[in-house]
Design a binder for this molecule. Structure first.
Ligand code: AMP
Length: 215
């Protein structure tokens, strides 16, 4: 199964792709996570990406494509993968197609998760993450437990992503509208696009995606 989970920042791509990765026993590949790890580890890639992430703008296509190409060479992707946060531009989508063609493969589906913009802003600005395992909380919908201990890994430290501030979220949304939204038409034309309502509870969205993939 080779999937893309697609949608604006905050629709729940990360959450849903983690669930699908477990269900299909294939890796979730989040370009945002790879960049954040590289920045934390102060690697060359991290140095190249940091400024872009801080400002909420897209990392240049060539950097992203090079990184994804390397990741897709790893053994664990042979059975399939779920791309989360990639592609985000038409050149990235074309680059992905070319990479897959070179290994005699192609995408199975692109799942678009839809959530109204107002709701997205609320989700991002109130999002908090476990420092240890990355489990997501939300000050409104899923508060951090009162005992301050992560339900998943017992971690005790939570943080607010610096690019989830109101100002950077605004920039990320406008990047999405300008560069990423046109991909919907691209994948519609390729007959790969499926859409789900991402406002529903997490488990329901997951069920809807699985049903669509079966159909
Ligand atoms: P995300 O975690 O997917 O919200 O991504 C966080 C940030 O990483 C984005 O705001 C971009 O700066 C950068 N990024 C992640 N994926 C891509 C991509 N496919 N193309 C360009 N920039 C990306």
């Amino acid at each position: 199964m080779k999937l893309i989970l697609f949608g604006a920042p905050g629709v729940g791509k990360g959450t849903q792709s983690k669930l699908l990765a477990q269900e299909f026993s294939i890796p979730q590949i989040s370009t945002g996570d790879i960049f954040r790890r590289a920045i934390e580890n102060k690697t060359e890639l991290g140095k190249q990406a940091k400024d872009f992430l801080d400002k909420g703008i897209l990392v240049p296509d060539l950097v992203v494509l090079g990184m994804v190409k390397e990741r897709l060479k790893e053994e664990d992707t042979k059975k399939g993968f779920i791309l989360d946060g990639f592609p985000r531009t038409i050149p990235q989508a074309e680059g992905l197609e070319k990479m897959l063609m070179e290994i005699g493969s192609r995408l199975d589906k692109v799942v678009e998760i839809r959530v109204p913009t107002e709701e997205l802003n609320k989700r991002l600005v109130n999002r908090r993450l476990c420092r240890t395992c990355g489990e997501e909380y939300n000050l409104i919908y899923k508060p951090i437990p009162e005992n301050g201990i992560c339900v998943k890994c017992s971690g005790k430290e939570f943080y607010h992503r610096s690019d989830d501030s109101e100002e950077v979220v605004f920039k990320r949304n406008s990047e999405y509208e300008k560069n990423t939204f046109p991909l919907i038409e691209f994948y519609k034309n390729n007959k790969l696009l499926l859409s789900v309502d991402g406002v529903k509870p997490i488990e329901e969205v997951n069920k809807d995606i699985l049903n669509l993939l079966k159909g």
